[in-house]
Write a protein that binds this ligand. Sequence first.
Ligand code: OGA
Ligand code: NI
Length: 362
Amino acid sequence: MDASGAQEYDRMQDLKDFDKTEAGVKGLVDSGFQKIPKIFVRPAEELAEDLKHKRAQIEVPVVDLGGMEKADRRKQIAEEVRTASETWGFFQVVNHGIPLKVLDEMLDGIQKFNEQDVEEKKKYYTRDNTRRVRFNSNYDLFRSRTANWRDTLTISFADPDQSDSKELPDSCRESAVEYSKHVEKLGNILFEILSEALGLDSKHLRNMECSKGHRIHSHYYPACPEPELTLGTTKHSDPGFLTIVLQNQSGLQIFFQNQWVDVQPIPGGLVINIGDLLQLVSNGKFRSNSHRVLVDRLAPRISVACFFSGPLGMENISYGPIKELISEENPPIYKEVLLSDYLMKFLTSGFQENYLLNYFKA
Ligand code: OGA
Ligand code: NI
């Protein structure tokens, strides 16, 4: 084996050793590391490439969902959502109907889960994607080039909701069940507005079962002694239809017009982004944009990303460009995909940008 091959081998051992601790990145921080382990250090050429992109001072659009019950206002909201979805693929919403208390308690619950005794967390540590509740560090740990400075607790909520929440960790059980109910409602409202923004009947996307079930990925990005050498989340686009993100502090960045744009949290606000599947069914009208997460030197960052990725547990459904959006001038640019194939591709490919969309080009 050549020198680089030997290095690869060592890296694999380091990854295995790290995974075996089942304590995640938080475990490393707690054991007092002042330098980050090599598996988290981005390659020098990537760090150099990053310096070429300016940090832009522009801001992602904010959509006020207040007054939606009035027809005029709703039209205006749909118009704002359309513009944001066609350009940024991202927007923030305020007056979205989820009480501040529900948001705060969700973040609190996730903080408690991550900062409790490590033995309690280990009970949930797994890479088995069929488990309803799973905790691990880097779902793509053994496939990615560089590990991310992040631990994640994932909870699936199928539709109809499994009211049995016994499997959920004590620290965040009630807050997660409550948040899930609210975020599902908001998801449905957004799918209606997005349908209208595409010029379709309000119920079109809902009837396609886009919002049937969701997965909540709660991320904990520990404070990092060398934040400039690593990332909390590598640049990627989201695979599903739609993502709703709750965050406690800055760190999320969108790649827009060849620059990195910081998404500054608005108190009580939520970040919404279009995923690859919505780009696919909208035949490219809506954009699934690339984004990433930086880590902070001083404070842990918590974010709760709720993914709507089509019906959980009935993945023999297929999706292609919506017929009403296809015409002679607008031929389909994507193929019809079987949801199960699509999700399998995602799980075996790891974080990438529009990888799935390129794969399923017509
Ligand atoms: C994701 C994601 C953003 C964040 O989970 O796909 O982009 O702020 N999360 O953690
Ligand atoms: Ni994402």
